[in-house]
Write a protein that binds this ligand. Sequence first.
Ligand SMILES: C[S@@+](CC[C@H](N)C(=O)[O-])C[C@H]1O[C@@H](n2cnc3c(N)ncnc32)[C@H](O)[C@@H]1O
Length: 255
Amino acid sequence: MYYYAFLAELHRRLAPRAYLEIGIRDGGSLAQAHCRSVAIDPAYVITAELDADVALFRTTSDEYFSRPDPLAPTGGTPFDLTFIDGLHLFEFAFRDFIYAERYSSTRGVIVFDDVLPRSVDEAARQRHTDAWTGDVYGMLEVLARYRPDLAVLQVGTRPTGLLLVTALDPANTTLSDHFDEILAEFRRPDPQPVPPLLLDRLTVLPPHRLLESDLLEVLARAADSPDAGVDLRGLITESVTRTLGADFAPATVSG
Ligand SMILES: C[S@@+](CC[C@H](N)C(=O)[O-])C[C@H]1O[C@@H](n2cnc3c(N)ncnc32)[C@H](O)[C@@H]1O
């Protein structure tokens, strides 16, 4: 399944109240959105037909999120869905995730593009291939180690995979608290040490497996529930464990 088709399903079934896209290019992925959207790219040239109420920002994500109120274009509504597809270097994707989670709802889903490089060359920080994922794959290890509370799902869409992150906690500051040490460890020189498990795609869900689960419905239903009193993380864990397997569920967090 091509990633646009998968994103279209996410929009249809999650029915997000607000959508964030970092990295627009020609609008191909943005064209899958139908809700109030904030779209950021310093060099977009939109040729796709858009079908959403979009606020476009010709700037970098770092500049955009340094503004006093990044939720101003949505009237304060947090993002229920985010697509991170800007600059494919580890530190940019890492910062983009920190911003995106801070301005997401707890039912929100953050999707990274390009987490499954098909070769070490494709993952290079110094681009020298046509198709290029860069070293965004490093986020997999970072989230597993620093944020086991998140539900993180690798999805084998064409061409270079997506990473779905749910069970978001907008108040969690673990990643920004450890920002410097994470950068020191995970911004690595080429050639990239891409784990063989990843190159062989041994931990990747086929897209249809995720779409056949009820995870998207669990998240969509949460929109109608007041935040207080709903154990959304528990519902996500139950859905993922039942339909996708315990290995994909968030870790139990005490306290
Ligand atoms: C791979 S393209 C996006 C493709 C688009 N999401 C799609 O799937 O149709 C990456 C885009 O990120 C933009 N970009 C580069 N640096 C950026 C930054 N710092 N912040 C936001 N966007 C950035 C580039 O201008 C480029 O258009």
